[in-house]
Design a protein around this ligand. Sequence first.
Ligand code: HEC
Length: 216
Amino acid sequence: MLNLMKKRLLSRIIVFALLVGSFAAIKVVAQDAENAAPQGDSTATVADPAAEESVSETPAEEPAAPALVGDAARGKDLFVGNISFTNGGPTCNSCHNVNMAGVITGGALALDLTQAHSRLDRAGIEGVISGLPYPQMRQSYEPRPVTEQEIADIAAFLEEADKQAAANSTASIGGVMLGGGIVGAVVLLILISLFWIKRKKRAVNYSIYKRQIKST
Ligand code: HEC
């Protein structure tokens, strides 16, 4: 009797501890997601082309039309330095970081450009690269101007990076929450079923009763 009560108490304590634990875990995860700042790595400065698989070998098309269509894949290669600028300017990611899958971490000297498109729009980004309002960028690119097509490509790449970042940030938090919930539920079900196996299936006096019936 005492033994049974002890077991029940133990099982309740375990379930309670599990619940408290999972709540704490969910809280930590949520807080982490909130605090997750865009990581800029100050040690990584220059792109390492060997570490990056070259993504596409799109032929450089130079349309005569004034409205240039940017090629995001080419823009990415230019940004990280897989392709050199026509006029030999430094890679953008020696100063800027962009958070995107497959893009090597960039410098932390200047603003993170992951969401530059949201801040500036395409025209704003193109304006910065062609107009060079910032001294550091002017020093780098005034003597070695970035071509119109390259500007359009980079603007397309930054638009793409911005879109992916927006999609990822919501998807990853939702995914973690959903995954955590499912795992927690499965663990609880397994534990409950383990205790359930040992449950008293019949009345405590069942066997005594049966024995007595037989003997009469
Ligand atoms: C020598 C370092 C350096 C390089 C190389 C460089 N930038 Fe910059 N960039 C800066 C600095 C400094 C600023 C000013 C904002 C800041 O202080 O972070 C800036 C600002 C910008 C901004 C405006 C950001 C905003 O949200 O206001 C854009 C867009 C930009 N750079 C794009 C580029 C692109 C594209 C390239 C490659 C063609 C590039 N930069 C290369 C240093 C650099």
